[in-house]
Design a protein around this ligand. Structure first.
Ligand SMILES: [Zn+2]
Length: 169
């Protein structure tokens, strides 16, 4: 499931960049069966600017809208039960996305390209205490994949960072 998760994330990052958004893709894989549950990608700049539409946000929006889990703290039904889902993403999640992933209940998240400048997964100890505690015990780390695939994920991400810098000039 590592192979399908990482390959599809990178594939969707390519699709995203071609569509005029950031080069980041993400997907949800069932950790027990290896089945692809949902795919997502960055949609921040196309069809129109949406500051929340990072790849991981798009992925979780699609999954949660489709599954429509019911429940909450008063119902005794925990909508954060994610049944062994693994979230793959082509670049390390930013603070917004990492917090969203924690809130979703997903226990395993593997990213391909580490983002030392903007990524939050490698500095979990800097989360506010509530979120740090909420995230305790989760398996969030860099995905195992070939160095070639990691380089492609990095190039796709860097390409969108460069386009963004150009827009600001
Ligand atoms: Zn993000």
């Amino acid at each position: 499931m590592n192979a399908i998760g990482t390959m599809l994330s990178v594939k969707d990052a390519i699709i995203s960049l071609k569509a005029g958004s950031g080069g980041i893709g993400a997907c949800l894989v069932d950790g027990k069966t290896g089945e692809v549950v949902e795919r997502g990608r960055n949609r921040q700049y196309s069809p129109y600017f949406r500051s929340d539409m990072h790849g991981e946000m798009d992925l979780l929006n699609r999954y949660e809208d489709r599954v429509q889990k019911k429940g909450g703290s008063s119902s005794g039904n925990d909508p954060r039960q994610c049944g062994g889902l693994i979230l793959f993403t082509s670049t390390e999640p930013c603070p917004m996305c990492l917090t969203r992933i924690i809130n979703s209940g997903i226990q395993r998240m593997y990213y391909i390209n580490p983002d030392l400048e903007g990524g939050m997964a490698h500095r979990m100890e800097q989360l506010p205490p509530f979120w740090r505690k909420f995230a305790a015990g989760r398996d969030f780390r860099q995905a195992e994949c070939s160095p070639q695939l990691q380089k492609i994920a990095e190039d796709l991400f860097r390409h969108s960072v460069r386009s963004f810098a150009k827009q600001k000039e």
